[in-house]
Design a protein around this ligand. Structure first.
Ligand SMILES: C[S@@+](CC[C@H](N)C(=O)[O-])C[C@H]1O[C@@H](n2cnc3c(N)ncnc32)[C@H](O)[C@@H]1O
Length: 340
């Protein structure tokens, strides 16, 4: 039988235990306040005693005109509880602590447990930072139950087979407030501080900095349909074609040519500027997503090795490649897009 300490260690190893700061929540939520009136908001990976998601919506319950706020707390190995804040349930005309009800759950508060799914069914919007190790399942469940959501995760998730098609089909998009850099998260006291960026504040609370953090949502916000301003012009020299796929390489989003209407490969950061009425996403630049990509030609691999290329490339691989200033090159990660 694992002890609690073991389980905590396992959760830490999976990097699931880190807590979102109030300021990061505030910075994103302000773009969605028009969606909140009369809604049931569910934070289903949140200990209401510590979660800033709970705190933020409790503080703003009246201002947003929420109907109900619910949080379920997760325990690894024992039954847990839920907390609900219901609009003036005690009918005294004010929203206060008396409107908060704590109820024991029969199960452990796992977002996949039947009890939590029952709560999910009656929720309108789910808002949280879910465990990253379960991100695929987490988003799949929200889509299955047709829920609106604003959740924080990592940009890497877009390379998941379960997530990219949702982005491509415009069922999920990136939020607005985080477009680059890293973000700080509080971690448990026993968290091993071996990450590159960390600090301990005056009260002894530990924080780590996490790269690639992004909000994922399916709620509209004001600037989502703003055009990306394009100013560069296409020339075959500046925009080489891939050797094994019919598209041009555009290595910086700001360099997308104004006058090119064929397929282009762009870095993941494109999604931050993606206006679905300006561009269409064709696919993700890897053979398992886009079977039309051909295998890297043997000759290309030989030339790459001849200039000292050490990447893990084999002839059966369907990964994009092109010549940059005459040198065989493999771009890191590309989304294939086209102008509308
Ligand atoms: C990244 S942390 C974020 C916590 C909180 N939402 C916040 O932002 O401060 C993810 C949380 O999900 C909890 N968790 C892990 N597995 C879970 C599951 N199957 N169901 C619900 N919550 C889970 C973890 O205990 C952890 O506290």
């Amino acid at each position: 039988m694992p002890t609690n300490a073991d389980l905590n260690k396992a959760a830490i190893a999976k990097k699931d235990e880190f807590y979102t700061q109030l300021t990061d929540i505030e910075k994103e939520m302000k773009y969605y306040t028009n969606h909140f009136k009369d809604q049931v908001i569910f934070c289903n990976c949140d200990d209401p005693e510590t979660s800033n998601f709970w705190k933020y919506f409790e503080l703003n319950f009246d201002r947003f005109g929420l109907k109900e706020l619910i949080a379920t707390h997760y325990e690894t190995d024992k039954p847990s509880y839920k907390i609900e804040l219901i609009r003036d349930i005690n009918n005294d005309g004010v929203i206060d602590k008396k409107d908060i009800i704590k109820t024991q759950l029969r199960q452990n508060g796992d977002f996949r447990s039947p009890e939590c799914i029952e709560i999910l069914k009656k929720a309108d919007i789910v808002i949280t930072n879910p465990p990253f190790s379960l991100f695929r399942e987490y988003i799949a469940q929200l889509i299955e139950y047709n829920k609106k959501f604003i959740i924080i995760g990592n940009l890497n998730a877009l390379h998941y087979k379960e997530i990219f098609p949702l982005i491509k089909d415009n069922k999920v998009w990136l939020g607005k407030s985080i477009t680059n850099g890293d973000r700080e998260f509080r971690v448990p006291d026993n968290y091993p501080l071996n990450a590159s960026g960390w600090r301990i504040d005056k009260e002894g609370i530990k924080y780590i900095r996490v790269k690639g953090v992004r909000w994922f949502t399916n709620l509209e916000y004001d600037t989502r349909f703003e055009d990306l301003i394009l100013y560069k012009h296409y020339t075959p020299k500046d925009y080489p074609k891939y050797v094994n796929y019919d598209a041009i390489e555009v290595s910086k989003v700001t360099d997308i040519p104004v006058d090119y209407y064929g397929k282009m490969g762009v870095p993941d950061t494109f999604l931050q500027k993606y206006n679905p009425s300006q561009f269409e996403i064709i696919g993700y630049g890897r053979g398992d997503f886009l079977p039309e990509i051909e295998c890297v030609p043997q000759r290309f691999i030989e030339e790459y090795r001849a200039i000292g290329g050490k990447g893990h490339i084999t002839s059966g691989m369907k990964t994009l490649c092109f010549y940059k200033d005459g040198k065989p090159t493999f771009p890191f990660s590309r989304i294939i897009i086209k102008r509308k």
